[in-house]
Design a protein around this ligand. Structure first.
Ligand SMILES: Nc1ncnc2c1ncn2[C@@H]1O[C@H](COP(=O)(O)OP(=O)(O)OP(=O)(O)O)[C@@H](O)[C@H]1O
Ligand SMILES: Nc1nc2c(ncn2[C@@H]2O[C@H](COP(=O)(O)O)[C@@H](O)[C@H]2O)c(=O)[nH]1
Length: 195
């Protein structure tokens, strides 16, 4: 597969829930001054989640309205909730930046890849099932949510070999370092330690 080195990279963090996609993506995003494209979702916010930062939390009615208006580039149903990315949110960010990132399940990652081709770089993060379960429990997620997330574990893991890059995430600092180095190859920001 041809690498899209240069302008307009769309980095998609994917992998099982609890693998650390959000933690790593936010750290790497900050390093490169790269913005996240925030998804729209019909589920309620969890404790600590911030509207407009974690998701745009909207009603089913509003979601349907946006969908009928053709606003979503991709729209998927997961565990009875709708998740979607608006085309305008990707396009407008790429208008004034050379890159954006998103955190999506395998379906969303595949849809974006089909649409944008080489511009999309899929970064697959993973850890073993017991580790992600422990992380989710430590985070205080409800048992029901943990069970739902784990029910997708095998399917998400099987997407690993479709992705451009895969990273085991046990040591958060090390994973962030490895992914930063990988993205630097695309972004060429000359992130060298000049001290
Ligand atoms: N390498 C790591 N070691 C220990 N804990 C980690 C590591 N990476 C992430 N975590 C923790 O695991 C939890 C899940 O991480 P995070 O939310 O980043 O994952 P995610 O893949 O986006 O999952 P979700 O979709 O459930 O939010 C968080 O509490 C985070 O602080
Ligand atoms: N295909 C898409 N997947 C998305 C989108 N926004 C988030 N996600 C992924 O959904 C699951 C469940 O998320 P949760 O926060 O409700 O636990 C997780 O893998 C997310 O990364 C999207 O717009 N499209």
């Amino acid at each position: 597969m041809r690498e899209s080195i240069g302008r307009n990279n769309i980095f998609v963090f994917t992998g099982p829930d609890g693998s650390g996609r959000k933690s790593v993506a936010e750290a790497v995003g900050q390093t490169f001054g790269m913005e996240k494209v925030v998804s729209f979702v019909t589920r309620s916010p969890r404790p600590g989640e911030v509207n407009g930062h974690d998701y745009h939390f909207i009603t089913h009615e509003k979601y349907r309205e946006l969908e009928l208006g053709g606003e979503f580039l991709e729209s998927v149903a997961i565990d009875g909730h709708q998740y979607g990315i608006r085309s305008v949110d990707i396009e407008s960010k790429l208008h004034y930046r050379d890159s954006v990132y998103l955190i999506l399940n395998h379906e969303g990652a595949g849809i974006l890849k089909n649409i944008y081709g080489d511009q999309v770089v899929r970064l697959f993060l993973y850890a073993d099932r017991r580790t992600v379960e422990e992380r989710e429990r430590k985070r205080g997620l409800p048992e029901e949510t943990i069970e739902k997330h784990l029910s997708h574990y095998d399917r998400e893991m099987s997407y690993r070999f479709s992705c451009e890059h895969a990273f085991e995430n046990y040591d958060l600092g090390q994973t962030t370092f490895e992914i930063t180095n990988e993205l630097e190859r695309y972004l060429k920001r000359d992130l060298v330690d000049k001290d």
